[in-house]
Design a protein around this ligand. Structure first.
Ligand code: ZN
Length: 235
């Protein structure tokens, strides 16, 4: 049961296509687990369409008009192909929530990074019980990564210089505020300090997007912060 969802502001920005890539990937991932948010997104899409209809027509140059019409043609072609793919696999286009039976446990929007199984990936050890794989950084140096916390392992108490988005892909973890399970979507900001601990039964795999480096807040860990900021230590 998913208890943590992206807020309306995030979902409406996602609907408008205005979210930075890393955040959009987190929302897409959550949507594959959450039919409630899929329905909400459809409502935002509908509202966006209605608002577009109410706009007054504007005069544009001949070139711009052609560029837009060509783009619409291209998008229609790719939508048509997607629709055919979906028809072949017998899946509905109304919701992109995974059907479960026989399907890979990796969300579709992450399959370009995860070819087969999470455990098969080239994990890099960053601390005693934490491994990561950096997927990419966007223009603003926001880091998009996969994180694996070993069962029962913990991440040192930390806060963030910017916002941190986490979607749980497999397993579960808890922190001072509760227990988080597959599909849960979390946002932490620079005021939140937390100490995530993976549950004992299995490793916890997450998608993580962090806008600024971690700030370790434990007494000794605080000494590490200047090194993290200068890139001598990975966070
Ligand atoms: Zn949701």
């Amino acid at each position: 049961m998913i208890k943590n969802h992206p807020g309306d502001e995030l979902l409406s920005s996602y609907s408008a296509g205005s979210l930075p890539l890393g955040q959009a990937l987190c929302v897409s991932t959550h949507l594959e687990f959450c039919s409630n948010c899929c329905q909400k997104l459809q409502r935002f899409n509908h509202i966006g369409g209605e608002l577009m209809l109410q706009l007054s027509p504007a005069t544009v140059s001949h070139d711009l008009k052609n560029t837009i019409l060509n783009k619409i043609d291209e998008d229609s072609d790719s939508l048509e192909r997607d629709h055919q793919d979906m028809s072949y696999s017998g899946k509905s286009k109304v919701s992109n929530v995974r059907s479960g039976a026989g399907e890979s446990s990796v969300p579709r929007c992450l399959r370009q990074f995860v070819k087969s199984d999470y455990q098969e990936m080239a994990w890099r050890r960053v601390a005693k019980s934490i491994h990561n794989i950096e997927l990419f950084r966007d223009d603003e140096n926001t880091k998009v990564e996969m994180l694996k916390i070993k069962s029962g392992g913990s991440v040192s108490t930390h806060s963030h210089l910017g916002e941190e988005y986490t979607v749980i892909l497999e397993g579960s973890f808890s922190d001072e505020d509760g227990l988080y399970q597959q599909g849960d979507f979390l946002v932490r900001n620079s005021r939140d300090e937390h100490t995530p601990i993976a549950t004992l039964d299995r490793d916890c795999i997450c998608l993580g997007v962090s806008e600024g480096p971690l700030q370790f807040t434990g007494f000794f860990k605080r000494l590490l912060n200047p090194l993290v900021r200068r890139g001598y230590l990975q966070n």
